[in-house]
Design a protein around this ligand. Sequence first.
Ligand code: FES
Length: 154
Amino acid sequence: MLNETRREQLDKIIKRYPYKQAALLPALHLVQEQEGYITKEAMQYIADYLEIPYGHVLGVVTFYTMFYDKPMGRHHIQVCTNISCQLLGSETLVSHISKECGIKPGETSEDGTFTLSEVECLGSCGTAPMMQINDDYYENLTVEKVEAILKSLK
Ligand code: FES
């Protein structure tokens, strides 16, 4: 399941913990980094590798929004709609992105370019409204800034 490089990385990570079961989150990150999302087969692989019940792995994957159990767009746009961002216009931004990309929150564009999600506070309230695209934060957003960002990603 994991390629050789990532399996070696996982083995190194496991050594940092008193129990290998504690390496579950980094193990899932490695799978997602490699595959883009975490299939049921990958969950079983990790469960076997770390000697954890499959149900526990499934529970973790489905609990954390940072893990995906289905294919995502190349650019995952996560707009914070929590209170600070909401007060400063995040709903307008979501509507604008929806219109520009032709998708509603929770959907992926047909060409696989964008997935749009509304998320809870991303810890950047001082620079609201903000969004995260893949690993990058975009802050102090306006409709114009969002338009320019989307254009650069298309
Ligand atoms: S409320 Fe949006 S980052 Fe905290």
